[in-house]
Design a binder for this molecule. Structure first.
Ligand code: BGC
Length: 500
């Protein structure tokens, strides 16, 4: 559907879509700050699970094992109980993100974000005051519900509010705030690790990002599309005027959104059924493949376990956390680079470049570890080589930061027509969490058995996903959401599904 002066796939973007106003920038920054809670959790859990007093209180068997396992650097933290602490969040998040599809359609994107913030707040409070493992797990389940809701609603919010020409840059804000959350958490862990009750502070301080994002969400209005869908026409007009600027004639865009919403209502079918129709096969495949591949880049083995990893390859306690902070900063800087180029170079280019860069770094890490720690991982790694591992990991973090990091939130949120957009995003978040769960549950055992080969395993996946992008991902930069069908119609493979 090409309405309102929009061009074709590479044509100019229509007159009612392109302007960047201060209001849209502020609105999107506030919305994107929802990424803080997810990032904080990712950053904090890796560090907390290496803190002695935390392990002593909740997982003493891990400490006993660490004392015995001096001979093999890869196996120190291999404990199913410990990993289930980290990954219980992802099971809860999976359930929440699937129910969030209906929720965002009913109560709107913004309210879902707020609900996520409040639930996360509750989880942080329970975890900060935890007296036993049960409280820890309950807290993590609440945190999981929180990020399940916000990760579903926020990318959709950003894609719907951003001017299409700059949608990539605006949407990248979400990953940027995830990165800030990770980095802040790493810095906090660095300080708290030195105190016996430090783990409590680390876990409890998660209330801070929750308050920031929930308060922020209070001040923004819902997206015009979501308001129209919920029959709030006047409110939608007001919201659109606010983000597009006072002098802008918003009526043509409003009419366009109304039409898209009208079509959505007419269909009035169960979205979880609609999404399985043949014509949505390409969309569905992308919403599953992209988050699945994102996790198989191996990012969470680095994000969750960077401190564990550096400690077990020979860095001391402090240097392990410093290394994690360095990685976090590199990641953050590369997300800024992504925001700057994603709407010029396009999504496909960044996906490909990032994939190759991550492949090369992981092969590098595997080779260095194999050569220095020996095939069985029993030799100590020298300081010089440990630094080389860090440099290679920085190269990896940069590759992820400008490609699969932000784009895995962006692409699923921009390819679906409005009637199944929340559902598509829900599936995408659920796949992300399910894959994270499986990988984080198995990573430490894998590291223990495959040793440096673990990195080759992820390198192979990076090669595979890069080929997938080359063959199957169409370019979506600059295309207004309502005209997105054209990209599939022109694609050599997918066109057979969307036409006729
Ligand atoms: C991923 C997370 C990852 C984080 C790292 C996100 O986009 O979904 O799994 O831990 O980026 O910053």
């Amino acid at each position: 559907m090409v309405v309102g002066g929009f061009g074709g796939v590479d044509g100019p973007v229509g007159s009612f879509s392109g302007k960047i106003t201060l209001s849209v920038v502020i609105t999107c920054i506030v919305a994107a700050s929802s990424g803080l809670i997810f990032g904080y959790d990712i950053g904090i859990s890796g560090g907390v699970t290496t803190m002695q007093p935390f392990l002593q209180k909740f997982f003493p068997s891990v400490l006993r094992k660490a004392a015995e396992a001096k001979t093999n650097t890869y196996c120190v933290y291999d404990s199913q109980v410990l990993t289930s602490f980290t990954s219980s969040l992802y099971i809860a998040g999976l359930v929440a993100s699937l129910s969030a599809s209906r929720l965002t359609a009913k109560i709107g994107r913004r309210n879902t974000m707020m609900l996520g913030g409040l639930t996360f707040f509750a989880g942080a409070a329970v975890n900060g005051g935890a007296a036993n493992v049960a409280m820890l797990i309950i807290g993590r389940i609440l945190l999981g519900f929180g990020v399940g809701f916000t990760n579903q609603a926020t990318p959709v919010y950003l894609s719907e509010v951003a001017p299409p020409k700059w949608r990539g840059a605006f949407n990248t804000g979400f990953q940027f705030f995830i990165g800030i959350g990770v980095l802040a958490a790493n810095c906090i862990n660095f300080v708290t690790a030195k105190r016996s009750w430090g783990w409590r502070l680390s876990l409890g301080l998660a209330v801070v990002p929750a308050v920031i994002m929930t308060m922020g969400a209070l001040f923004i209005s819902d997206t015009p599309s979501s308001l129209i869908q919920r029959g709030k026409m006047e409110h939608a007009r007001h919201s659109l005027r606010k983000v597009r600027g006072k002098d802008c004639d918003v009526e043509p865009e409003l009419a366009e959104l109304k039409m898209a919403s009208g079509i959505a209502k007419e269909a009035n079918q169960e979205p979880f059924v609609t999404i399985f129709e043949r014509q949505y096969r390409p969309h569905l495949v992308m919403s599953i493949a992209i988050p699945f591949f994102q996790q198989l880049t191996g990012i969470n083995i680095i994000a969750f376990y960077a401190p564990v990893l550096f400690q077990s390859v020979g860095f001391g306690n402090d240097s392990a956390l410093i290394a994690a902070i360095i990685l976090g900063s590199v990641n953050l800087a590369s997300i800024v680079v992504s925001a700057g180029v994603v709407d010029q170079f396009g999504r496909k280019f960044l996906f490909m470049e990032g994939g190759i860069q991550m492949f090369v770094s992981q092969v590098g890490v595997a080779v260095v570890l194999a050569v220095t720690t020996g095939v069985s991982g029993t030799k100590e790694i020298s300081k010089g080589y440990a630094i080389l591992v860090l440099v290679l990991m920085c190269m990896y973090a940069a590759g992820f930061g400008w490609s699969w990091g932000p784009l895995s939130w962006l692409v699923p949120s921009e390819i679906f027509p409005i009637k199944i957009r929340p559902t598509g995003q829900s599936i995408s978040v659920a796949v992300n969490f399910a894959t994270t769960f499986v990988l984080s549950q198995t990573f430490l055992t894998m590291l223990c058995h495959f040793k440096y080969g673990t990195f080759l395993f992820y390198a192979a996946w990076n090669a595979l996903m890069t080929i997938f992008v080359v063959l199957f991902l169409p370019e979506t930069k600059g295309i207004p959401l309502d005209c997105m069908n054209s990209v599939w119609e022109k694609h050599w493979y997918w066109r057979r599904f969307v036409t006729g």
